[in-house]
Every structure is written in structure tokens, then in C-alpha cells.
Ligand binder design. Structure first.
Ligand code: NAD
Length: 373
């Protein structure tokens, strides 16, 4: 008999008990979900989460279990719990709302918001590109008109909406760029206006901890319920001026998507096999490839619009060429010392974040390694 057999049997039994425990825990979480729904509480409770994780870390350490292990497990379990809490629907923050119209509601992000509104008890109508012949009826008595069409359709779509809007309506959008759509909304509409930018894609399992940027337009007291509703879903609201938002997006989106696209393009033109690179990849390279590859599984038009949104984006991207040239020169000129000194300067610029990022990324890299199976 294999001498490991009896121990493996015990391990299997313990794993089965773990499944039992998880099933019990998820059942309790379902109860929590129901109560949160009943009392209209947000699904994400940061203080409770931080308190619980700290307490379990301390207990784990006392038992000689690495604190990070229990934190990893709990965070993964909680992620599952947040997704399952969605099932019960959400509190209707503003029951007086008679109708929400999502313009572009058949699309990815508009569809996501439409589902969450329905799940929160609001009557929702969709006005998509083939529905304009019915626009009068669809928009009649709408309390909120939420625009979620491709970036380059946003301004003409807002213009087309103008004749149907009445002052009591709230006009909002989800566009990834903010200054121009917000200015246009304020121009064509006299009522409440707010610009939103969900900093996530349509494939999220839950709104928990997801950030939505909010650019104030007009009459914030009238759209406050909408922000509260997003918070009930578990989302976080970050208030920011539209121009500052767009400036930050030059780096967070345009520069990053451009570099990712270029890296992908460059790889695709090299004499290499992706499968071989993956087989030999370190966890960080696998993660990097995943970040690049996932871009190409999405919508090229969305990224083209994000990158070309404003001249500032192209100026920053152009200056990237300069950094490439400077970095390459260290090696062309065998200037190892110059490279090391510059390395140190960039390290200084990152400051304490450098160490923090090292710590944070360790977890991700471990997960990337686990994916190799
Ligand atoms: N997808 C993302 O990851 C993401 C993230 C944040 C913000 N956004 C923003 O959300 C908006 C929508 O993006 P998406 O990814 O859902 O795009 P999408 O292409 O999936 O959906 C757009 C929808 O708009 C409809 N549409 C096009 N022209 C229209 C018109 N004139 N009138 C009515 N409907 C029209 C389309 O038929 C489609 O159903 C964009 O402004 C984008 O910047 C997207």
C-alpha cells in the first residue's frame, strides 16, 4: 500500500469538511444579503470587512497559520459572497422614479446598468440605435436618461436627444471621457446633469468596491439618489472635476492602452510562438501577457476613441517615444552606470509606493503562477 494513502484520505476528508463549511458560510451570507436588501444596506461594508480580516489574521497567527493565507482565503470567499448578494436585488433608493431610459441599453455597459436598475425595482426602458422612431414614447415621462453609446456617437446622440428632454429629467452619461460630453449635456439640457465614468468593464461579477468617477453638472440634489443607488450596489463614488478626470485618463487609459496595443502589435510581428512563451513564462510575464492579450479580446473602436480623445493624449504618447529612445541609448552606448542612476531616480519618484507595489503584486503573481496548473 502507498504509505501516503492514509494521510491523503484524511486530507480529502478535511477538504470535504471545508466544502461543508463553505456551504454553511455562503448560506449565512445569503441571509445577510436578504437582510441588507430588506433594510437597504450597501452590500460592501468596508469597516466590517477590515475588522473581520484583522481579527482572523490575529487568530490565524496564534494557531501558527500564516496570516496572509487566511486573508487570501477570506478575500476570495468574500468576493464570491458579494456576487451572490446581488441575487436578492437591491433597495430602491428613490421609489418615486417612474422611468429610467438607458440610451444604448442594448450595449455592454448600458446593459449592465439597465440590469442593476431593474434589479433595484426601477422601471427601465431602452432606447438603442434602431429605436429612434419610438423615441417620443420611450422618453415620455422619463425621470432619468442615461446615455451609454460609443464615445464617438455620444455628442451626436445628445444632440438628437435634445428635443425630447424636459427640465424635470436628470440627464447622465457613462462615457469614458468627461469634459466634452458634460459640456454638451449642460448645453442641451436645462435640468439636472451628471457625468459618470465607471472605472470598470461590463464583465464585473459585482459592483462591490468598483469605482465610478462622478463629475458634477447641475442640481446635484436631484441626482443624489442615483449615486446612493450605486453605493447600495457596493460601488464607490470618486468626485472629480471633468477636466481633471480627462487629464488623469490620459495616463490611466490612453497611455496605458496605447503601450499595451503597441506591445501586442510588436509581439505579433516577432518570429515567436505564443504557446512557447507561455510555457516558459515567469508568473510576472504570464500576468503581463494576460494584460496585453485581454485588450485584444475587447472592442478596438472603444480603445481607438479613448486613445484619440484629445490632443494631450497624443502629446504624452509621443513623449513616450523619447523615453524609449533615452532608455535604448543606455544600452547602445554601453552606459550601464547611466541606466543604474536613472533606475534609482525612477525608484525615488515611486517612493514608498515602490515597496507597497512589490508587496501587493506578490499576491497577484502567486495567483498567476497557480493558473499554470
Ligand atoms: N466597455 C467598457 O469597458 C466601458 C467602461 C467604462 C465606460 N464605457 C463607456 O460606456 C459607453 C458604452 O460602451 P460599451 O462598451 O457598452 O459599448 P457597446 O458598443 O457595447 O454599446 C453601445 C450601445 O449603443 C448603441 N448605440 C449606438 N449609437 C446609438 C445611438 N445613436 N442611439 C442609441 N443607441 C446607440 C449600440 O447599438 C450599442 O447597443 C461608452 O461611452 C464607453 O466609453 C465603457
Amino acid at each position: 500500500m502507498n504509505p501516503l494513502e492514509p494521510i491523503r484520505e484524511q486530507i480529502d476528508k478535511l477538504d470535504q469538511q471545508l466544502i461543508e463549511l463553505l456551504a454553511k458560510r455562503l448560506a449565512l451570507v445569503a441571509e445577510v444579503g436578504k437582510i441588507k436588501h430588506q433594510y437597504g444596506l450597501p452590500i460592501y461594508a468596508p469597516e466590517r470587512e477590515a475588522f473581520m480580516i484583522n481579527a482572523r489574521r490575529e487568530e490565524a497567527e496564534k494557531r501558527g497559520i500564516p496570516a496572509d493565507l487566511i486573508e487570501d482565503i477570506l478575500r476570495r470567499v468574500m468576493r464570491e459572497s458579494y456576487a451572490s448578494e446581488n441575487k436578492h436585488g437591491f433597495k430602491t433608493v428613490n421609489p418615486s422614479i417612474q422611468k429610467i431610459v438607458v440610451v444604448g441599453g442594448k450595449g455592454k455597459l448600458g446593459g449592465l446598468f439597465a440590469r442593476y436598475f431593474v434589479n433595484s425595482g426601477y422601471p427601465v426602458a431602452v432606447l438603442d440605435k434602431d429605436d429612434w422612431h419610438n423615441a417620443t414614447e420611450i422618453l415620455h415621462k422619463a425621470d432619468l436618461v442615461l446615455v451609454s453609446v460609443p464615445i464617438d456617437h455620444t455628442l451626436p446622440t445628445l444632440e438628437a436627444l435634445k428635443p425630447y428632454l424636459t427640465e424635470n429629467m436628470i440627464l447622465a452619461d457613462l462615457t469614458s471621457v468627461k469634459a466634452q460630453p458634460l459640456a454638451k449635456m449642460l448645453e442641451i439640457h436645462q435640468g439636472a446633469v451628471v457625468g459618470l465614468h465607471p472605472m470598470f468593464g461590463p464583465d464585473i461579477a459585482s459592483f462591490a468596491k468598483q469605482v465610478t468617477a462622478c463629475c458634477h453638472g447641475r442640481s446635484s440634489e436631484k441626482y443624489q439618489w442615483l449615486l446612493e443607488q450605486i453605493q447600495i450596489w457596493g460601488g464607490k463614488i470618486e468626485y472629480i472635476d471633468a477636466k481633471e478626470h480627462d487629464h488623469a485618463m490620459t495616463y490611466i487609459q490612453a497611455l496605458r492602452h496605447f503601450s499595451t496595443f503597441t506591445y501586442g502589435l510588436h509581439l505579433s510581428q516577432q518570429p515567436i510562438k505564443l504557446s512557447q512563451l507561455l510555457a516558459l513564462s515567469s508568473p510576472i510575464y504570464r500576468l503581463e501577457l494576460a494584460m496585453i492579450g485581454r485588450l485584444f479580446a475587447q472592442d478596438g473602436a472603444l480603445y481607438a476613441d479613448i486613445i484619440s480623445d484629445k490632443p494631450e493624449n497624443l502629446a504624452v504618447i509621443e513623449s513616450l517615444q523619447q523615453s524609449f529612445a533615452e532608455s535604448l541609448a543606455f544600452f547602445q552606448q554601453h552606459n550601464k552606470q547611466g541606466f543604474i542612476e536613472t533606475f534609482e531616480k525612477v525608484h525615488q519618484w515611486f517612493g514608498e509606493y515602490s515597496e507597497q507595489f512589490l508587496k501587493e503584486s506578490r499576491n497577484l503573481l502567486q495567483q498567476a503562477n497557480d493558473l499554470r496548473g
